[in-house]
Design a protein around this ligand. Structure first.
Ligand code: BMP
Length: 262
């Protein structure tokens, strides 16, 4: 059987059992974009301006809402309006890491009420499988999806070997899990999406351990589905629209090369 990474996003969208993944893959195909923007800016105005500018070029907007100094419910409403206007999904990069009961409260409630607006969120499986069950209790009925942090992009990260393998096993058996944060395709047992941060055309890394690889390595060679790019798009002196176009083209070209190889 052909690897999922040798199929088109459109074909995978058609076959996928999870409605959210069908929506994600068909958005990617429709927009010809496997680019996610990591919008790590400090204010509501900056986040909205960036999402409006770059929105036409991305399939997913990745947020860290706890960075936003003036977060409020209106920000969420405006982000949802931008997601509809520009046709992208929202991924809150919350990295839950507590016991099932606590993450349930953190995901559904608090100031951010993440489950109400983020199509996708993610977690570490350090606490064991109960974390997935707790998040699913809140998110499954809302048609949300969860990514497991099977690997990280930073220097010296500890998510390797047996730990990564356990992530894959848990993902395969939990339907609320739609994929991984990691650097490659992890399994053919079901069609789980991989989203990869630490993608850059501009630098090898930063002063705090981030390591960058190219879209070609990540998508064409490793079989990942979505590249996540932050400072490569909006960093100092950059033109975010021009950079988003550049990364979108690079990500899509890498995807087309991967299909040609098969
Ligand atoms: P940048 O492209 O500016 O380095 O940003 C990367 C983004 O991806 C950040 O939002 C960071 O929190 C996230 N990220 C990462 O860099 N490595 C990981 O392993 C997991 C992440 O979520």
């Amino acid at each position: 059987m052909a690897s999922f990474s040798q199929k088109t996003y459109a074909a995978r969208a058609k076959e996928h059992p999870h409605p959210l993944v069908r929506e994600l893959l068909s958005t990617m195909e429709r927009k010809q974009s496997n680019l996610s923007l990591a919008a790590d800016v400090a204010t509501k105005a900056e986040l909205l301006a960036l999402a409006d500018l770059v929105g036409p070029h991305i399939c997913v907007l990745k947020t860290h809402v706890d960075i936003i100094a003036d977060f409020d419910a209106d920000l969420v409403a405006q982000l949802q309006a931008l997601a509809a206007k520009h046709d992208f999904l929202i991924f809150e990069d919350r990295k839950f890491a507590d016991i099932g009961n606590t993450v349930k409260l953190q995901y559904g409630g608090g100031v951010y009420r993440i489950a109400d607006w983020a199509h996708i969120t993610n977690c570490h499986v350090i606490p064991g499988e109960g974390i997935i069950e707790g998040l699913a209790e809140v998110g499954a009925a809302k048609n949300r999806g969860l990514l497991l942090l099977a690997e990280m992009s930073s220097k010296g990260m500890l998510a390797t070997g047996a730990y990564t393998d356990r992530n894959v096993e848990m993902a395969v058996r939990n339907p609320f899990v739609i994929g991984f944060i990691g650097s490659r395709r992890f399994t053919e047992e079901r069609d789980l999406i991989t989203m990869t941060p630490g993608v850059g055309l501009h630098a090898a890394g930063d002063a705090l351990g981030q390591q960058y690889r190219t879209p070609e390595t990540i998508v064409a060679e490793n079989g990942s589905d979505i590249i996540i790019v932050g400072r490569g798009i909006y960093g100092p002196g950059k033109d975010p629209v021009a950079e988003a176009q550049r990364y979108r083209a690079a990500g899509w070209a890498a995807y087309e090369r991967r299909l040609q190889r098969s």
